[in-house]
Design a protein around this ligand. Structure first.
Ligand code: SF4
Length: 289
């Protein structure tokens, strides 16, 4: 849940999720649509799908997580970062889960650009200095927390820092640039909504749009070529989704027919899992009735 998402956003979802699925066993028996409904609004729905798939795979091996990086990375959606975090947290292995916080801490201590550091090599060569026997998982957690609480992205709390004497950033007036924020890519899209007099909107799960694939969406086109006179312009707005900033032109037209692969949904549908992108559209379309 925390991938690309802030702790304060995640907390209520996490608590609700754990109330529904307090054990891996209970999660492994869950239906995908129930899990997605719990995830609704958190975005990056592939995480929920992969979590469920991984848990179902784990059930087949009695919920015993393998203890090698190579084997853990075979689980759906598990990359280097998650695999290393699991190795440390579950098996107490001396490894670091290198996220943005950890990268920044090392980048500052060494006063090198993040891209100049080979983290794998750095961990191997400094294993005995970084880790304490039997408390490796605490060290991994501590590095993450240290980056979040002390060596913060914008204003590091150097005066409170216990490693400042050895920190090249603190002791050097020439600071290497830290990557603060990933730049969002701008994208213009046109959204076309079929609506009918019963306050319904035509949505499809078969759109060829990469983001939110397999979730209910209206017709989306990059170009306005599709536009004919009978489409009414409703609104222009911006919405950020993952690393993209969408500039959206929203159109609608009343129609009794919808294209193949589309279904009618009530605009105030509460039962189906609806991604935030579509929810915003539904709330705007609701205003035209
Ligand atoms: S001294 Fe400052 S920059 Fe260096 S590690 Fe500590 S908090 Fe980060």
């Amino acid at each position: 849940m925390l991938q690309q998402t802030q702790v304060k956003t995640v907390l209520p979802y996490f608590e609700k999720f754990l109330r529904h699925y307090p054990t891996l066993k209970s999660l492994s028996q869950a239906q995908e649509r129930t899990v997605l409904k719990l995830w609704e609004g958190l975005g990056y729905y592939r995480r929920a799908k992969n979590l469920l798939k991984s848990t179902k795979q784990l059930a087949k091996i009695n919920f015993k997580l393998p203890n090698s990086l190579k084997e853990i990375k075979k689980f759906p959606g598990v990359g280097n970062y998650t695999a290393n975090a699991l190795l440390a947290f579950i098996h107490d292995k001396p490894t670091l889960a290198v996220d943005g916080n950890v990268k920044r801490v090392f980048s500052r201590i060494l006063n090198k650009k993040e891209t100049q550091i080979n983290f794998e090599k750095l961990i191997k060569t400094n294993e005995s200095k970084i880790f304490i026997k039997k408390r490796n998982s605490d060290v991994v957690e501590a590095f993450m927390e240290f980056g979040a609480i002390i060596c913060k992205p914008k204003k590091p709390e150097c005066n409170k820092c216990t490693v400042k004497k050895k920190c090249n950033y603190f002791n050097n007036s020439k600071h290497k640039k830290i990557n603060l924020k990933k730049k969002l890519k701008n994208k213009k899209i046109n959204v076309f909504c079929y609506v009918n007099k019963k306050k319904q909107i035509g949505l499809t799960k078969n759109s060829n749009v990469g983001f939110l694939k397999t979730f209910v969406l209206p017709e989306i086109k990059n170009r306005r070529k599709y536009l004919s006179k009978d489409w009414n312009f409703l609104l222009n707005y911006n919405q950020n989704i993952s690393n993209k900033r969408f500039n959206i032109n929203l159109y609608y037209k009343f129609s009794k027919k919808i294209p193949r692969d589309f279904k009618w949904y009530n605009v105030n549908n509460k039962n189906e899992m609806i991604p935030t992108f579509t929810k915003k559209i539904l709330s705007e379309i609701e205003k035209i009735f």
